[in-house]
Design a protein around this ligand. Structure first.
Ligand code: SF4
Length: 481
């Protein structure tokens, strides 16, 4: 396994085309826009390699019996599913933000299971091919990103009906030694600082959409692949390194990119689905279920830090003993633990797939994510309520350091004795960042927008069975039609 420094070094050996604010970055991993996200991903390597957290951070490979990072491990049991959630809460608490690597973890599990299903049904050879690829991923401890969401164009039209057929990633050429793909994937967490990108279809596809049914692995510096790193709320603050206003060294949310594939050649050994659109829906559903359950873990860890920061700020304000403030803190605990329980529950009720790995309970997993779309906003509102208007009006770090007004600001922003104004400002900046538009929108739309979960929830809830049960219990007699 790599440690954090080795991970960063391995990234710097690559030559990806990464753009940010109109400029191609020569040294992207040192750029202030990306560096916090690189550091957070590096923390996941350090936590695994250090040997202190083996129970959650590492696992034994089913491929060769080696000790590996849990981020490259398949879920072989309910216990593995539960340990993953425990790992996410742990790292979420250590870094206080999104650490990006879960997308690749869920992608390998989805591809492992679906390549197996395709081979069984069609006699193809995707599963051994994927197994080879995964063995390398585990051996070299590579970071992978999952690229699922397409640009989508006019959403009332199917991919092949779009005015521009490239609005969903598709195969534009099939060669004896591989395929050529074109299109774009958006909002891809952690892509810029991953070694490998798993391209996956975004929806189930009928035969006429076969060219869009493509799953494959593309190296981050593949010829023809460009990444455009997205902006975040307050991102110019990242350029104020070393100041309080810059926030923590880990940044907020995951660092998302738009990936543009301009006729990227993918050799056969990296292609895991080529035209089998009838399996694309399973790939999306399984990937989404795993990833939606995750949010009960990682957001719980982030909220642990947020709750602690809010309580500390209340202490500085002198309001921590106020019963109304304590009740609001209790409400945060309630929201966070409700969601954590859902993530653990969806893992405990997991079921084994034909390929051998285990899938979380999809109903509970989607309920977790649906709750996140509300609870993260509610938690944000409660932290804003307790922290006060200071969150949006706090003067800059430069003002606090000014020889003319800095002393006055120190005097008038003082809180409870024993705390510095710098502590107070750091707490405000953390809460501000973790309840910003970028963070909230990520909670709403990451791993699928709210309606996507509701569709699965109603499907999984088995309404016909529930109406039959209601008939039986209430004594309505049997259905007549
Ligand atoms: Fe992992 Fe959570 Fe970030 Fe998704 S939002 S990549 S589950 S840390």
């Amino acid at each position: 396994m790599m440690n954090g420094a080795q991970y960063v070094h391995s990234l710097k050996m690559l030559k990806p085309r990464i753009f940010y604010r109109g400029v191609r970055l020569d040294s992207p991993y040192d750029h202030p826009a990306l560096a916090p996200h690189v550091r957070t991903a590096a923390a996941t390597y350090d936590l695994a390699a250090g040997g202190l957290h083996d129970e959650v951070m590492t696992a034994t490979s089913n491929l060769d019996g080696a000790k590996i990072s849990r981020f490259t491990h398949l879920f072989w049991s309910v216990e593995d599913l539960i340990r993953k959630i425990a790992m996410l809460r742990f790292i979420g608490r250590e870094t206080g933000t999104c650490f990006q690597r879960c997308v690749g973890l869920d992608a390998i599990n989805a591809l492992w299971s679906v390549t197996y299903d395709i081979d069984k049904a069609k006699g193809t050879g995707y599963h051994p091919r994927f197994r080879e690829f995964l063995a390398r991923l585990q051996r070299e401890d590579l970071m992978s990103a999952g690229a699922m969401t397409d640009a989508k164009g006019d959403r009332s039209l199917a991919p092949w009906q779009q005015a521009d057929p490239d609005l969903y990633v598709r195969i534009v050429e099939r060669r004896p030694d591989g395929v050529v793909i074109r299109g774009a994937k958006t909002h891809i967490t952690g892509a810029a600082n991953s070694h490998e990108i798993f391209v996956m279809p975004t929806l189930g596809l009928p035969p006429e959409g076969a060219d869009y049914a493509v799953a494959c692995a593309v190296p981050i510096d593949a010829p023809g692949l460009s990444l455009v790193f997205g902006r975040q709320s307050n991102d110019e603050r990242k350029e104020e390194a070393g100041t309080v206003d810059c926030g923590t060294e880990w940044g907020v949310v995951g660092g998302e990119s738009t990936l543009i594939f301009e006729n990227v050649f993918v050799p056969n050994e990296r292609v895991f689905m080529d035209g089998e659109g009838e399996f694309a829906g399973s790939l999306v559903d399984r990937f989404s279920a795993w990833h939606r359950a995750n949010y009960g873990g990682c957001k719980g860890g982030n909220a642990d830090v947020l709750l602690g920061a809010t309580a500390l700020l209340a202490e500085i304000h002198g309001t921590i003993k106020n019963s109304i403030v304590r009740d609001k803190l209790t409400e945060i605990v309630h929201l966070v633990e409700t969601n954590f329980a859902g993530a653990i529950g969806s893992s405990a009720l997991g079921k084994q797939l034909p390929a051998g790995n285990w899938l979380v309970d999809p109903l509970l997993a989607n309920t977790v994510k649906q709750n996140v779309t509300r609870f993260v906003y509610q938690v944000g509102r409660l932290t804003h309520d307790i922290a006060g208007g200071l969150l949006s009006t706090l003067p800059s770090d430069a003002d606090f350091r000014s020889s003319e007004v800095g002393g006055l600001l120190e005097k008038y922003f003082a809180g409870k004795q024993g705390f510095s104004t710098e502590d107070k400002r750091k707490l405000c900046r953390y809460i501000e960042g973790m309840t910003s538009v970028s963070t909230l929108v990520e909670a709403l739309h990451g791993a699928g927008s709210p309606q996507a979960q509701r569709i699965v929830m109603l499907r999984q809830a088995d309404l016909p069975e529930k109406t039959r049960q209601a008939r039986k219990v209430i004594g309505l007699g049997k259905e007549t039609k």
